[in-house]
Design a protein around this ligand. Structure first.
Ligand SMILES: Cc1cc2nc3c(=O)[nH]c(=O)nc-3n(C[C@H](O)[C@H](O)[C@H](O)COP(=O)(O)O)c2cc1C
Length: 185
C-alpha cells in the first residue's frame, strides 16, 4: 500500500485501507466484540442506533449466506476473510414509527468506527456494496424494516500474490484521493 502522508492525521485513519488479500487466520472473539463495541458508540439521529449486524464466522450458515449474496467478483476475494458482516439500517424510528431518513448515514458512522477499531485491534476491514441486498434479506430471513446496506470483510490482511493477477495489481497500486481544494462547493 503506497500513499501520500501529509498533513499529519491520526495514525488509525492513515493506516486504514481496504485489502482484498486476507490471511487464513480466525479473528479472536474478543477482537470482534471490540470492533462491534466501537460501532455501538456511534452517534445517531434521536439516538435511535439504527445499525444492526449479521455476523458470519467462516464455517457457519450466516457466513455462507452473506458470501452467497456478494457479486461474483467480491466472492473471489472476500471468501478468504474469516469474518463477513452484513450491515443493516433500521428504516423507521422506534419511538414513533416514522421513516428515519438518516438510518444509512448513522449505520455508516457505526461502520466507520468499527473499521478504525479493527485497525486498533491489528485487523483490517474491507467494505462492499457489491452484493444483492434482496437476496441477503431473503436467505437470512430479515424483516422489511431492516435494509441491508453493505457487507464488511474483516480479518488479517494477507499477501497480494495469493490473489488473481488483476486484484493483486490493485492491492499494491498507489492509493488516490481528490485534492482537498476539490472538496468545497
Ligand atoms: C460503501 C462502500 C462500498 C464498497 N464496495 C466495494 C465492493 O463492492 N468491492 C470492492 O472490492 N471494494 C468496495 N469498496 C472499497 C472501495 O473500493 C475503497 O474503499 C476505495 O477504493 C478506497 O480505497 P481504500 O479503502 O483502500 O482507501 C467499497 C467501499 C465502500 C465504503
Amino acid at each position: 500500500m503506497k500513499q501520500n502522508n501529509k498533513p499529519e492525521i491520526h495514525p488509525l485513519i492513515r493506516q486504514r485501507w481496504s485489502p482484498r488479500a486476507f490471511k487464513n487466520e480466525m479473528v479472536a472473539e474478543e477482537k470482534l466484540m471490540a470492533v462491534l463495541e466501537a460501532g455501538r458508540w456511534a452517534a445517531s439521529a434521536f439516538n435511535e442506533q439504527p445499525w444492526r449486524f449479521v455476523i458470519g464466522r467462516r464455517g457457519d450458515d450466516n457466513y455462507q449466506h452473506i458470501l452467497s449474496s456478494l457479486v461474483e467478483w467480491n466472492q473471489t476475494w472476500a471468501g478468504k476473510a474469516p469474518i463477513l458482516i452484513l450491515n443493516l439500517a433500521k428504516q423507521t424510528f422506534t419511538h414513533n414509527g416514522k421513516a428515519n431518513v438518516t438510518a444509512s448515514y448513522d449505520l455508516g458512522q457505526a461502520v466507520a468506527n468499527m473499521v478504525l477499531e479493527a485497525i486498533h485491534q491489528g485487523l483490517d476491514a474491507h467494505q462492499m456494496s457489491g452484493f444483492d441486498a434482496q437476496k441477503a434479506a431473503k436467505v437470512l430471513h430479515i424483516d422489511d424494516d431492516f435494509l441491508p446496506v453493505s457487507v464488511t470483510a474483516l480479518g488479517y490482511s494477507g499477501k497480494p500474490d495469493d490473489l488473481p493477477d488483476d486484484m493483486a495489481k490493485m492491492e499494491t497500486k498507489t492509493r488516490e484521493r481528490k485534492p482537498i481544494q476539490n472538496l468545497f462547493l
